[in-house]
Ligand binder design. Structure first.
Ligand SMILES: O=C(O)[C@H](O)[C@@H](O)[C@H](O)[C@H](O)COP(=O)(O)O
Length: 251
């Protein structure tokens, strides 16, 4: 079936329902490779944490996909981080490194958040400077997205990245990265997160949502409830890749 037939129309985001989590990983891998191919200079991919992207990361590092990626050109960032050391298994970038980045990407192309800073907000400022140095400016130009593709997950409370319902980080309009002192969901550690404007500065935003446990919260996002997952949009294309278990149907 052609992609256009599977994506339901929405003004600025689409929902694509795939059979299962494996199909989500395959679709996301193909989209990432397409974005990398379209950028002839230095593609920037912003990864996400949690369990949702693990199958995708394994696929990107598999022999079949690994040979299709120009690893020397691609730069890998992370959309949010748990404020724990890089040796802690809960660290999002460590998870991505262990599954594929350490084997595939040159070390200089991997951009973890510095969780050894004095506090989450200091880490946020350091990461913001790193992003600005990569981008070559400290203001986001709507005509020149920061990222080629941003991956996102959806938490049980409707959070995405580390933007939690009701948190003031959601209302940030100037900064690209902020510290979040308290996370209301596991793991209960402070976080560092990209803000909505920084995440929006992307050619494509791809949500990965699978499993029946996500069905209730996903239906709220689809109904436009005021949740971080609803508010996070790319200035380019925003697509939600879901499976039948999360969507509740194939439509
Ligand atoms: O650090 C994190 O936990 C994440 O970046 C977070 O936003 C995650 O994407 C969602 O909570 C979904 O997580 P799951 O994929 O584990 O359901």
């Amino acid at each position: 079936m052609a992609r256009a037939d599977m994506t339901s129309a929405a003004p600025d985001r689409g929902f694509q329902v795939l059979p299962d989590a494996e199909a989500i990983a395959t679709e996301a891998a193909e989209r990432i490779i397409l974005r990398i191919t379209e950028n002839a200079t230095r593609p920037a991919i912003c990864l996400t944490g949690g369990s949702g992207p693990k199958a995708l990361y394994a696929l990107l590092g598999s022999p079949r996909y690994r040979s299709r990626i120009a690893w020397d050109r691609v730069h890998w960032f992370i959309g949010d981080e748990r404020f724990v050391s890089a040796s802690d298994e809960r660290n999002n970038m460590t998870m991505a490194r262990e599954i594929f980045l350490n084997r595939c990407a040159p070390p200089g192309n991997i951009h973890p958040m510095p969780t050894d800073a004095s506090d989450p907000d200091a880490a946020a400022r350091l990461y913001e400077r790193e992003l600005q140095a990569f981008y070559g400016a400290d203001r986001l130009d709507p005509a020149r997205p920061l990222f080629d593709l941003v991956l996102m997950g959806l938490g049980p409370d409707g959070h995405t990245a580390s933007l939690f319902p009701g948190d003031r980080a959601l209302d940030e309009t100037e900064r690209w990265v902020v510290g979040v002192d308290r996370a209301p969901v596991e793991p209960l550690v402070p976080r560092v997160t990209l803000t909505l404007p920084a995440l929006a500065s992307s050619r494509e935003m791809l949500f990965l949502v699978s499993g029946e446990a996500k069905r209730g919260i996903l239906s709220k996002v689809r109904a436009d409830a005021d949740l971080p997952g609803t508010r996070a949009r790319s200035n380019g294309i925003t697509t939600w890749l879901t499976d039948v278990a999360a969507a509740g149907s194939t439509a």
